[in-house]
Design a binder for this molecule. Structure first.
Ligand code: FA5
Ligand code: MG
Length: 474
């Protein structure tokens, strides 16, 4: 029988259903108490469970539904550009692996499925990583030609000012029925007539690539070039209309606030389409917006894979889908400098937004000082772990994953960590061991951190790296 050990560093909730197996020098999470309760639902955790309590406890917040929250106002602004689309804003965040990945044609070895990227409750149950998890079901329900789904989504990801493990997406889709065309009209003609109904804009959009490309961005079997040209135009014009609406609102807010050198109110909007890849669309594109000196990706989209519509029982339909990051759009709209701010309950933040007043640019209440600290460590070399020389080695160069460092930083520091970045990495020429150095930037959005506090946080962060990843501090 393998002995199990309680690990003190785990949070109380996680401890409630986890222990650690120590087998041949390998720590492994093992579940003893199998129930995870999320609102009124109970899930049976197993050894795939990797969702920390801090994530579980934030599930009920649903920022996209909170009155006067910037994420909710952004959702409403985008919804207003799609007046005939049916909205779904209350879909539960726990979905099956089938919904999140299989129904969308993710290959079995896709990186998105791994426990380093996705929060699992058990082998077949995850916190949705994108709103596309509901595509197949919504097509199957077949309630409207167009729909919008806004929801909280969850990913193990980087720690920085534009990434957060919980963020919000809006999925949009529009289909046309090949068997329900007006007499004498082709499918493409029908779609072009709908394109003509989308409001015109006067901005220049860079779109240098052809609508499809036989190798890079292919048409699907059964879709003609004319049909995809028409649907692609409808998709792109619809999304350009959204971006123009957002930027007009942002611009009038900027003008009201008065210009500053880094926020000129008359900076022309620059937008470009780039080719992309998703397992569930082809051809696929991403839209990027030029913002404060760099191209920022705001959405992905494409022509829905016909297999998804076939499997959903609507093989006569063809159409497009998109997924847009609501938090990032809200940051552009209000000039919000850090994605963590959305989770603040500080009235100095929340009182600045109103769904009935015109959009006003966010005024940072103060920028508290940041304090960075470095941690350098050795990973175990694969050979020493295989030889079982080390008592607590778990993470070798082979199975090291940066998202685990990010997760530990968030677990220990919560929202007091602004950014975690790899600043140095090398392999020892003789021993072959890999060394990494991470720089952690500590900053509270609400107050000045004391030195003692920062030192204490950093100390616990380092200790957790040793305990959970088995690294050796340098
Ligand atoms: C998707 O999630 C696809 N489901 C989008 C899609 C839908 C494509 C339908 C085709 C058809 P992606 O992983 O690129 O794609 O995420 C979409 C958007 O979510 C990004 O453009 C970005 O705006 C936002 N986003 C992604 N990761 C984060 C994060 N960690 N924090 C905040 N926003 C994020
Ligand atoms: Mg992307």
């Amino acid at each position: 029988m393998v002995p199990t050990y309680e690990v003190d560093s785990f949070s109380e909730d996680t401890k409630a259903f986890c222990t650690i197996d120590k087998r041949a020098g390998v720590y492994k999470q093992r579940v003893t108490s199998r129930d995870v309760k999320i609102e009124d639902k109970i899930y049976q955790a197993d050894e795939w469970m990797n969702t920390p309590s801090i994530i579980l406890s934030n599930i009920p917040r649903r920022l996209h539904l909170q009155q006067d929250h910037p994420v909710a106002i952004t959702r409403q602004l985008i919804e207003s550009r799609f007046p005939d689309y049916k909205t779904h804003n209350n879909l539960f965040p726990v979905v099956t692996v089938g919904q999140n990945f299989d129904s969308l044609g993710f290959p079995a070895d896709h990186i998105g499925r791994s426990r380093t990227d996705t929060y699992y409750l058990n082998k077949s149950t995850v916190l949705r990583t994108h709103t596309s998890a509901h595509q197949a079901d919504t097509f199957r329900a077949n309630e409207s030609a167009g729909y919008l789904i806004s929801a909280d989504v969850y990913r193990r990801d980087a720690v920085d000012r534009s990434h957060y493990p919980i963020f919000h997406q809006m999925e949009g889709a529009r289909v046309w029925d090949r068997d329900a065309l007006d007499a004498g009209k082709s499918f493409a003609q029908t779609v072009w007539e709908d394109v003509a109904k989308i409001p015109k804009h006067s901005i220049t959009v860079e779109d240098p690539n052809p609508s499809f490309h036989s190798e890079r961005n292919p048409l699907q079997d059964g879709h003609s070039a004319e049909e995809v040209e028409a649907m692609g135009a409808h998709l792109k014009r619809s999304l350009e209309d959204v971006v123009v609406a957002i930027f007009n609102a942002a611009k009038s807010a900027a003008a009201d606030a008065g210009e500053t050198p880094d926020t000129p109110a008359d900076e022309p909007l620059k937008v470009r389409w780039v080719e992309a890849y998703f397992p569930f669309t082809s051809p696929s594109w991403e839209l990027e917006v030029y913002w404060q000196g760099d191209w920022l990706e705001v959405l992905g989209c494409g022509i829905v894979k016909q297999s998804i519509l076939d499997n959903a029982g609507v093989p006569n339909k063809l159409g497009w889908a998109f997924g847009i990051g609501l938090d990032r759009i809200a940051m552009l709209l209000y000039w919000i400098p850090d994605i963590r701010l959305f989770w603040s309950t500080d009235p100095r933040f929340l009182s600045q937004f109103s769904s009935t007043a015109p959009i006003q640019r966010f005024v940072p209440f103060s920028k508290y000082p940041a304090c960075f600290k470095d941690v350098s460590f050795w990973l175990r070399s694969s050979t020493s772990a295989a030889g079982g020389l080390s008592r607590n080695a778990t993470t070798t160069s082979h199975d090291f994953h940066e998202n685990d460092v990010m997760e530990i930083a968030r677990d220990v520091c919560g929202d007091l960590v602004e950014d975690v970045r790899l600043v140095d990495e090398f392999v020892h020429p003789k021993t072959g061991r890999r060394s990494m150095c991470y720089r952690t930037n500590y900053r509270s959005l609400e107050r000045t951190l004391t030195n003692e506090e920062t030192n204490e946080l950093h100390g616990r962060f380092c200790q957790q790296l040793v305990e959970k990843l088995g690294v050796e501090l340098r």
